[in-house]
Design a protein around this ligand. Structure first.
Ligand SMILES: NC(=O)c1ccc[n+]([C@@H]2O[C@H](COP(=O)([O-])OP(=O)(O)OC[C@H]3O[C@@H](n4cnc5c(N)ncnc54)[C@H](OP(=O)(O)O)[C@@H]3O)[C@@H](O)[C@H]2O)c1
Length: 334
């Protein structure tokens, strides 16, 4: 029996076609850890796309097997919390950044990174969620903790057609919030409405104004873009509203004045799924498998990729030409 498995290796010092290699590894090539997992599915996240293409400095070791997400079955464990056959998942925490990641047939990781799959959730569903799903749960948690109530008005979600955007629209709508999507793909409006958006705005037709405060339109917001859109959100969120700051797909800058914070009591709340405290992860995944289950998972899955397709998918993702979530089957190329 062949004991090797496929993997996507990234050499961070190299740019161009030599940057990514498709190799076969065996157990001895894996990094130290307590739990070895046969990976059934991974997923493609924005951070993976930055690492694969070399467009952003996200890798902290080289060469490294990419993939910040993995779900599969435990093969071996030296930690008593896990036994062979257990279905589990790992997201972030260093996976695919400084520890060989989920774009491989197997991973070996510290036991504290491993989360049991919630009852009723399979590996495929777990990876349609992946890092984007955990982020969506963190967004709702931050909103609830900082008193973002549905009656405060609509929540604007930017990058609406992307992974985090689509999952967030579906979850917040299911939890009783009115949700408005902002997208650069107006042709996706019917799909975004089917996920629960009450209205869909075209990012290209947006008039953002320039005053320190513009007319308040939003009860709160979730932003994956950063840059000038985040500045506009700060000017247009209503009294005591929260803006959860998630990403930088539109830029890393933030220009604002203090006016939204001292005259409207607006709060900027951060989330970092990769550094989500390990003890918080299991309970959040349990909620994603129960009362925070996302109703439209099947229609949020857009495409499935093999390892060898990932460079092309990554380029499309960074150009804003993908939508929803992309599932990765790390064994399909073998
Ligand atoms: N803080 C965290 O814990 C955390 C976790 C996950 C992701 N993130 C970050 O959140 C962002 C989105 O992640 P994702 O997984 O949802 O990525 P994604 O699936 O690629 O979605 C990003 C969406 O943003 C919009 N977009 C893309 N490029 C753009 C550009 N140049 N200018 C303006 N809009 C653009 C597009 O949506 P429309 O066409 O609909 O506008 C795109 O679908 C990334 O920056 C990622 O690193 C952060």
């Amino acid at each position: 029996m062949d004991a090797t498995f496929p993997a996507l290796l990234i050499r961070d010092q190299v740019q161009g076609s030599e940057r990514v290699d498709f190799i076969r590894m065996d157990e001895a090539d894996l990094m130290p850890g307590d739990v070895e997992v046969a990976v059934h599915y991974s997923s493609l996240n924005y951070k993976d796309a930055l690492g694969i293409t070399g467009s952003g400095r996200v890798l902290r070791r080289s060469p490294i097997v990419g993939g910040i997400d993995a779900a599969g079955e435990v093969i071996a464990s030296s930690d008593t919390r896990f036994k062979p056959g257990d279905p589990v998942l790992v997201t972030g925490a260093g996976l695919g950044e400084y520890h060989h990641g989920g774009f491989a047939g197997r991973i070996r990781v510290p036991a504290d990174w491993v989360v049991p799959l919630p009852a009723g959730m399979d590996c495929r569903q777990a990876m349609i969620l992946g890092t984007a799903g955990l982020t969506t749960a963190l967004i709702l948690k931050r909103f609830q903790e900082n008193q973002q109530l549905p009656e405060m008005g609509p929540i604007l979600v930017t990058g609406a057609s992307g992974g985090v955007g689509a999952l967030t629209i579906s979850l917040l709508a299911a939890q009783g919030y009115e949700v408005v999507g902002l997208t650069g793909k107006p042709e996706m409006a019917p799909w975004l409405r089917s996920l629960g958006a009450s209205e869909v705005l075209d990012r290209h037709g947006l008039s953002m104004g320039f005053r320190p405060l513009e007319t308040a339109r939003w009860g709160g917001a979730v932003d994956v873009l950063g840059g000038e859109v985040l500045g506009w959100l700060a000017r247009t969120v209503d009294d005591w509203g929260n803006i959860v700051v998630v990403g930088l797909a539109g830029g890393a800058d933030l220009r604002t004045t203090v006016m939204p914070f001292i005259l409207r009591g607006v709060s900027l709340l951060g989330v970092t799924s990769a550094n989500c405290p390990l003890p918080m992860r299991g309970p959040l995944w349990e909620r994603l498998g129960s009362d925070w289950a996302i109703p439209h998972l099947d229609s949020i899955l857009s495409e499935e990729a093999t390892l060898s397709q990932l460079p092309e998918f990554s380029r499309r993702m960074l150009a804003g030409r993908t939508w929803g979530r992309i599932l990765v089957n790390p064994r399909a190329d073998t």
